[in-house]
Each structure stands twice: as structure tokens, then as C-alpha cells.
Ligand binder design. Structure first.
Ligand SMILES: Cc1ncc(COP(=O)(O)O)c(C=O)c1O
Length: 382
């Protein structure tokens, strides 16, 4: 039955709001996947993704979520017994370690405190200590969604390149948010997904695969079938995919890439910085404590501590029930300790102001008194 309610606003770190033009494209009757029409669309989105990542490397569209693209990064390059260094700033950094272990890799975890970025000096030390060059790959989470930290990928990739290991990057919540020039930074493998800054629902993921990654592929014996990038490459040479793809989402992606092109790549990145800065400014003005310091604050996700005496649960409940705004809880060890606001993709200054105003009203109703000028970073009561 039709009811009179405002549209739910997804201020979670994905899925993110989907533009009407994309919704219209994916709602059309599906086209056949072995047709010239689909081949044309696939070619267009492949070129669009390469344009966005400033790369000539191969990129494959997979009908699967971001974790499948991450798994494809591992099962196409890592053998049982290979040494993998995993840089871990949170839940998604740990996911790389678990994935590599699932394929029998010897994983060394380099773990940073929640809310902190990768310490470049520690990474340098680790790589320097590996005089035998036994580390085959370094896994990196560009933007750690669970804490709202962005890492200095350019510097990390440079160190990894100088060492000689493969760089394997999760860019699920940074792709389309910030500049990510794969060729200039010489990133070997990068995975991302559709449901974040690419403004589609969940369901597609993308893997960029460079020349050094193909060398590793040739020597890789790990089991794989659906996620075999060799199959993707062979098919893509014929402008098609090895299996039945989500044709509707490819049509939707064509539209979202057109929108990104129309706004301009750099303008999109600048908008995300502005959204982050406006939100952080507004939160500090309210007297809320931010979980991450300015220097490594993510342009796509902001984590906030609940004010003393209030729970994350009641804040989230208030926003959802009164305003139909969804914000996310913390994950795993941060559950109940922080809440997270996503601001990537089809999000504008208006949305940030609306979220701030609604958050303020919910907090005040719960008894909070705004106290402007809170410190930028807060220590968690552990
Ligand atoms: C940084 C990061 N990596 C990986 C993933 C996993 O993607 P998916 O849930 O699409 O498998 C997510 C999902 O939120 C993410 O934020």
C-alpha cells in the first residue's frame, strides 16, 4: 500500500544513494549479453573505468560483490606458501589477511590502532628487513571503511614498488572519491565495487590487473574458476564476459560514468573533500568528537563517537525513525563505540547539512547539549 513517507536517505558507507537516471537505466528490460548492444556497453564502461583510474591496465567487470573482486586479486596471483604482508587498519585490512590465508599464503599482519593510518616508517622498516625479497605481495586498504581512515596510497605503492613486491589494493570506498592514477602510482592490482562512489546498487565489482600481476598469474596455481581473470581477458578481447553478467547494471554503470564525466573527474574528487570538510566542521561545531584526526580523515566516511551517556543504538534509531536517515554502527570491536556517516557518490552539500541538522535534533531530544569546539580526535574508552 502506498504510504506518505520521505525517501530513506542512505548515509551509511554503502550502498549509497542511486541517481534517478541510473535507476531508470537498470529498470529497463534486460538486453541479451551476447549481442552487439551489450558488447558496446561493456566496451564503454571498460574505457570509462580506465579513464577514471587513469590507466591502460586491464579492467574486468565481475557480477559479484567487492569481496569477490578481492578474492580474484588473491586467487589469480598468490600460491600456497607465498609470503604476504597485510597492512591492517581495521576490518577490511584484516579481510585481505584472511583471504590470503584461505589460499594458503604465509601472512604477516602489520596492525595499526583503529583510527590510525598505515605508519610509513613501519612499512619501510618491514620492507627493508626483507633482504631476501621473500615478500611476494603487500595488501593495502586504501580507505578503511570501518574507521574512516584514508591511507597515503601513493607513498605506500612507491615503497612496495621499490621493494619489488606486488601491490594489491582494496579501493572499494576510495574509487571515484579521490584521485587514483593506477599507472602513475604503478599499482599492480586494484579491486573496487559498484555500490559506493560509482552510484549503483551492490552487485558489480571491478578488478584492475597490470603487467606485473599478469606475470604472477602465469605462475599461480591456486584453484579458481568463476574468478579466473584469464577467462575475463579472453572474453574481453571479444567485448564480452565469460559468464552471464548483470547486463542491467552495466547499463546503469554507463549512466553513472557519464554523470561523473559530465561533472568532471577532478570536480567529483573536490566535491568529496568539500563534503568531508563540511561534515567534520559541522560535527565539531556541535561538540561531537571525531574518531580520526584531520590528517588521515577519509573523504568518503566519517566516524563519530557518541556523546557521553548516549548510545550509538539510540542515535541510529532516532535518525531512522524520525527522519528515515540511515547511519552505520561501528563494526566488530568498534560496534557500539562509534557511528559512521557515509558521504560518497551521489551526495551533495545539501545532504550533509540535512544530516547534520537531523542529527542535532535527535541528539538534543536525547538530552545532549551542543558544546562547540570539541577536539578533532577522541580516544576511545577501551
Ligand atoms: C573497504 C572495503 N573493502 C571491501 C568491502 C567489501 O565489499 P562487499 O561488501 O561488496 O563484498 C567493503 C564493503 O563495504 C569495503 O568498504
Amino acid at each position: 500500500m502506498a504510504t506518505m513517507e520521505p525517501r530513506e536517505f542512505l548515509a551509511i558507507p554503502g550502498p549509497t544513494p542511486v541517481p534517478d537516471a541510473v535507476l531508470a537505466a537498470i529498470a529497463r528490460h534486460p538486453i541479451g549479453h551476447r549481442t552487439p548492444e551489450f558488447s558496446k556497453a561493456l566496451k564503454e564502461v571498460t574505457e570509462g573505468l580506465q579513464w577514471l583510474a587513469e590507466t591502460k591496465n586491464d579492467v574486468f567487470v565481475m557480477t559479484a560483490s567487492g569481496t569477490a573482486a578481492m578474492e580474484a586479486c588473491i586467487c589469480n596471483t598468490i600460491n600456497r606458501g607465498d609470503r604476504v604482508l597485510s597492512l591492517i587498519c581495521g576490518v577490511f585490512g584484516e579481510r585481505w589477511a584472511k583471504l590470503a590465508e584461505a589460499y594458503g599464503a604465509e601472512v604477516e599482519r602489520v596492525v595499526f590502532e583503529p583510527g590510525q593510518a598505515v605508519d610509513l616508517a613501519i612499512l619501510q622498516q618491514k620492507l627493508k628487513a626483507d633482504a631476501q625479497k621473500s615478500i611476494k605481495a603487500v595488501t593495502i586498504t586504501h580507505n578503511e571503511t570501518s574507521t574512516g581512515v584514508i591511507n597515503d596510497l601513493q607513498a605506500i605503492a612507491k615503497m612496495v614498488r621499490e621493494h619489488g613486491a606486488l601491490s594489491i589494493v582494496d579501493a572499494v570506498t576510495s574509487f571515484g572519491v579521490t584521485r587514483l592514477p593506477i599507472d602513475e602510482w604503478q599499482i599492480d592490482i586494484l579491486a573496487t565495487g559498484s555500490q559506493k562512489a560509482l552510484m549503483l546498487p551492490p552487485g558489480l565489482s571491478f578488478i584492475f590487473f597490470g603487467p606485473k600481476a599478469w606475470d604472477a598469474y602465469k605462475d599461480c596455481k591456486s584453484p579458481r574458476f568463476y574468478l579466473d581473470v584469464g577467462k575475463c581477458k579472453k572474453s574481453l578481447a571479444q567485448d564480452t564476459t565469460p559468464f552471464t553478467p548483470n547486463v542491467s547494471f552495466v547499463e546503469g554503470l554507463k549512466v553513472s560514468l557519464e554523470m561523473i564525466k559530465a561533472e568532471g573527474r577532478d570536480a567529483v574528487f573536490a566535491r568529496h573533500i568539500k563534503l568531508r570538510d563540511s561534515l567534520r566542521h559541522g560535527l565539531k561545531e556541535l561538540g561531537l568528537q571525531l574518531f580520526v584526526e584531520d590528517a588521515c580523515a577519509s573523504p568518503s566516511i566519517t566516524a563519530i563517537l557518541p556523546p557521553a551517556g548516549l548510545s550509538v543504538g539510540e542515535i541510529r534509531k532516532g535518525l531512522k525513525s524520525r527522519y528515515r536517515i540511515l547511519v552505520a554502527d561501528g563494526q566488530e570491536e568498534l560496534k557500539g563505540k562509534i557511528f559512521r556517516i557515509g558521504h560518497m557518490g551521489y551526495v551533495f552539500e545539501r545532504d550533509v547539512h540535512m544530516t547534520l541538522a537531523c542529527l542535532q535534533s535527535v541528539l538534543v531530544d536525547l538530552g545532549f547539549k551542543p558544546t562547540p569546539g570539541a577536539p578533532a580526535q577522541a580516544a576511545l574508552a577501551r
